[in-house]
Ligand binder design. Structure first.
Ligand SMILES: Nc1ncnc2c1ncn2[C@@H]1O[C@H](COP(=O)(O)OP(=O)(O)O)[C@@H](O)[C@H]1O
Ligand SMILES: [Mg+2]
Length: 258
């Protein structure tokens, strides 16, 4: 796997809602096969950035390249085609409560492929096994735990074998053990699918455990304060806010933490 190739290249991005400029001058690269974290306090614009990267909201200025594709300059059709190779788990990305776990995961396969019902069923089973939910296809979301729901959401996000998986705070609200399991799963998915993972998180244990690279965006200055490996930033950043954010629990930087 080529870990040095840039897959997403964001240059001088401005995000706004009407006249309200949320963030500007965001410039960063996401390397192929890496786990990239979008960090920052609540309300700084992490989910909005994800919406721009996944084609739901146009930037006010700046460019987003997927390899050599100028994403927002491309036609709607081309953008949709690019997004069909992405898996997304939005922050509010709940499962359809009236559908079983299996039906939830089958949905993107039914919508975007012409595969037979039988083959879709097989893929659903493989994806469920991948996220540790073998045998849960017929359960309704209400019958499984929060951690299991997140894993089911992840299974749905990877149903179409995406080359990039976007996750918005997947471990929010989970207990530490479930959260840790989800981190392990994300690492495993990156390794087994060879996917690039972009993950919004403000959970330090998770960030330090899985992220290769990151961007830190700030509400007050409305721009990025840092980009780089979070563990390195925690040690070496000369920005006080970045340092504070990343040192909320310095014990996480112990050498023996994986
Ligand atoms: N559709 C919208 N219209 C106007 N403002 C919005 C909209 N969505 C989010 N915002 C505002 O943009 C800011 C950033 O939101 P968001 O990207 O969800 O932040 P984060 O994910 O970092 O918590 C917040 O102040 C929020 O109120
Ligand atoms: Mg958010």
């Amino acid at each position: 796997m080529d870990t040095t190739k840039t897959l997403i290249d964001v240059d001088d991005l401005t995000m706004a809602y009407g006249d309200f400029v949320l963030q500007q001058n965001l410039t960063f690269k996401v390397k192929q096969g890496s786990i990239f974290t979008i960090m920052g306090e609540s309300g700084c614009g992490k989910s909005t950035l994800l919406r721009i990267l996944t084609g739901l909201k146009a930037p006010a200025a700046g460019t987003v390249f997927y390899s050599d594709m100028n994403f927002w300059e491309s036609s709607y059709k081309k953008r949709v085609q690019r997004m069909q190779r992405c898996g997304v788990l939005y922050q509010s990305g709940a499962l359809w409560s009236s559908m079983t776990i299996g039906e939830n995961i089958a949905l993107p396969l039914q919508q975007f492929t012409t595969l037979s019902t039988h083959l879709i069923q097989e893929i659903v089973d493989v994806k469920l096994a991948l996220v540790g939910l073998k045998g849960f296809a017929d359960y309704l979301p209400s019958a499984i735990s929060g951690g299991m729901k997140k894993r089911a959401g992840l299974a749905r996000a990877i149903a179409l074998d995406p080359d990039i998986v976007f996750l918005d705070e997947p471990s929010a609200g989970l207990d530490p053990i479930s959260s840790r399991m989800l981190d392990d799963l994300i690492l495993e998915l990156r390794d087994s699918l060879g996917a690039t993972i972009v993950i919004v998180s403000h959970e330090l244990p998770s960030i330090f455990a899985i992220a290769d690279d990151s961007i830190f965006i700030d509400t007050e200055t409305r721009t990025m304060l840092a980009t780089g490996n979070p563990r390195m930033l925690a040690k070496n950043s000369d920005n006080i806010k970045v340092k504070q954010f990343l040192s909320r629990s310095s014990s996480l930087l112990d050498e023996n933490h994986p």
